[in-house]
Design a protein around this ligand. Structure first.
Ligand code: KIV
Length: 286
């Protein structure tokens, strides 16, 4: 059953009413169909795909050309969800015209509702230029995975006075630049509460506690489908790795024992036709 399209107006109304916004990452058609059916508000096609789907150690190698077909597949599967395309590393840092061109590809080629980019005060001019070019922007502050080399690892942020003030200033700069939403990652809940209390736009948390307008989890983390590393803030809703591994093991065992394929997995030919085939082969000496 189809549902009403989620727009920025829907999300602002939820914030006004204190109704939590639900957000997950999604990278492919079958998963996004289930997310749509479950009524998820926002799907982010994150550059975390580099790690979850491609097995890389960071998000840095991801490119627009790899992201685009995934964003298109998710849009096909989830026409009503608010769709966010994540700007990969170096797709918006080099120059503002390049940022507009790349973000414009998500809007024009994939039908996204919004793009997301990482950074605070440092990217405010880029956010303003994108918004001026009619491209809605979600900011992303706190732990910004594309800065992993500068941060010295995937480390939580805002945990001392200086760092916390920095995150709060980043939120202010991103909102003033025209962002329509902000994602806050891996920051203490007390700091997120301050940010949310001062903002007029939806604030979404990933590992930043409950005091905000919505929650995001990485789909592979919440489904137990990525076993290399699980951040502290993740709640696992199932153990998909175990379910899938057990299915593969059962298949291997069935094929080896001859239990698969069974008669119900086979196509039929009428006996009279089979007899004709055998007679013809005989006649031709084959
Ligand atoms: O790429 C992504 O999925 C993200 C999350 C880490 C927030 O940006």
């Amino acid at each position: 059953m189809s549902r009403e399209k989620v727009t920025i107006a829907t999300l602002l109304a939820k914030r006004e009413k204190g109704e939590p916004i639900t957000m997950v990452t999604g990278y492919d058609y079958p998963t996004a169909r289930l997310q749509e059916a479950a009524g998820i508000d926002i799907i982010l096609v994150g550059d975390s795909i580099a790690m979850t789907l491609f097995g890389l150690d960071s998000t840095l190698p991801m490119t627009m050309d790899v992201m685009i077909p995934h964003v298109q597949a998710v849009r096909r599967a989830a026409p009503a969800a608010y769709l966010v395309g994540d700007m990969p590393y170096m797709s918006y840092q080099v120059s503002i015209p390049e940022a507009i061109r790349n973000a414009g590809r998500y809007m024009a080629e994939c039908g996204t509702d919004c793009i997301k980019l990482e950074g605070g005060i440092n990217v405010a001019p880029t956010i303003k230029a994108l918004v001026d070019a009619t491209i809605p922007v979600m900011g992303h502050i706190g732990l910004t995975p594309q800065s992993v080399a500068q941060l010295g690892g995937f480390k939580s942020q805002g945990r001392d006075a200086g760092s916390a003030l920095g995150v709060i200033r980043d939120a202010r700069a991103v909102e003033e630049a025209g962002a329509c939403m902000i994602l806050v990652e891996a920051v203490p809940p007390e700091i997120t509460r301050i940010i949310t209390g001062r903002a007029k736009i939806p604030i979404i948390s990933i590992g930043a506690g409950p005091h905000c307008d919505g929650q995001l989890l990485i789909v592979h983390d919440m489904l137990g489908w990525y076993d290399r590393f699980t951040p502290k803030f993740v709640k696992k809703y199932c153990d998909l790795s175990l379910v899938i591994k057990q299915a593969f093991e059962e298949y291997v065992s069935d094929v080896r024992s001859g239990a698969f394929p069974a008669p119900e997995h086979c196509y039929r030919i009428k006996d009279e036709d089979l007899q004709k085939v055998l007679a013809e082969l005989d006649r031709q000496g084959l």
